[in-house]
Design a protein around this ligand. Structure first.
Ligand code: SF4
Length: 255
């Protein structure tokens, strides 16, 4: 391993240690009581907040408590139940398709292997890793927008592709830590390392973060900050507002 890779790997281990101390309990914020419910909730969470999904799933699971019931559901009724999560037509179709395939191909049980999970409608690698790590206790590191952003800001990767980021992080961390590392990065991204305005002054990772916006300790009193490092890591200036036009929402994709 090169000296640079060793340094990044050590940083990943330190990030893991600090996040564990800051967030001793790492839980998935999607309400669920079974693998089937978490799978359905994660499909609904595409382009939607966990809070909103948790408002919708009680009625959905009351009406369709099992894959067998959801597999034969009336699509218009499911659409009506999940409407407020956005992209409701695609999501309703994926939910019914997922349940149908769980019944016909997996005997009514949600599969555990990633190769099987990703063949289900609406299920991508991120959702498959959520299932594996949260309900099955198996290694799986879901890379969502928070995990990708924080990994780049912390200098753990330079890559944008979520699957490549997942593999890079996997190589630096013990498999039994993958799932909770992802959950803790998500918590930190939501609470401190905001996409637009990271609160570096209250961040416990600041001392090892190459993208911190705070003045460096060796500051000469001029403008010696880590902003350039931030720019290098994210492609954006740390404090400037983005001049990009808002991106139009696209169809819900596999997560
Ligand atoms: S120091 Fe700033 S940029 Fe780095 S992880 Fe913390 S909040 Fe994010």
């Amino acid at each position: 391993m090169s000296a640079k890779k060793t340094e990044i790997s050590k940083r990943a281990t330190e990030v893991l240690r600090l996040l564990k101390s800051e967030y001793p309990v790492a839980i998935c914020e999607l309400t669920h009581e079974s693998a089937f419910q978490l799978l359905a909730a994660t499909i609904l969470s595409a382009q939607c907040t966990d809070v909103r999904v948790n408002m919708v799933t009680p009625a959905l699971f009351d009406a369709y408590p099992t894959p067998a019931k959801l597999a034969v559901a009336d699509v218009a009724h499911v659409e009506q139940l999940v409407r407020s999560t956005g992209f409701y037509q695609t999501k309703a179709k994926n939910l019914i398709g997922m349940a149908s395939q769980v019944m016909t191909r997996f005997g009514g049980e949600v599969p555990r292997e990633i190769e099987d999970l990703v063949t289900l409608p609406g299920v991508g690698r991120k959702t498959a890793n959520v299932l594996r790590s949260v309900v099955f206790g198996l290694p799986g590191l879901p890379v969502d927008t928070h995990v990708g952003r924080l990994s780049r800001r912390l200098g753990l990767t330079k890559l944008e592709d979520a699957v490549k980021v997942e593999y890079e992080l996997n190589a630096m961390l013990p498999p039994e830590e993958w799932g909770e590392f992802s959950l803790r990065l998500i918590l930190h991204g939501r609470r401190v390392c905001d996409a637009r305005k990271p609160r570096c002054e209250e961040c416990l990772l600041e001392s090892l973060c190459p993208s911190s916006t705070l003045p460096t300790k060796k500051s000469t009193g001029k403008t010696a900050t880590k902003k350039l490092a931030h720019k290098a890591a994210t492609g954006k200036a740390a404090t400037k507002k983005s001049t990009k036009k808002p991106v139009k929402k696209t169809k819900a994709r596999k997560k």
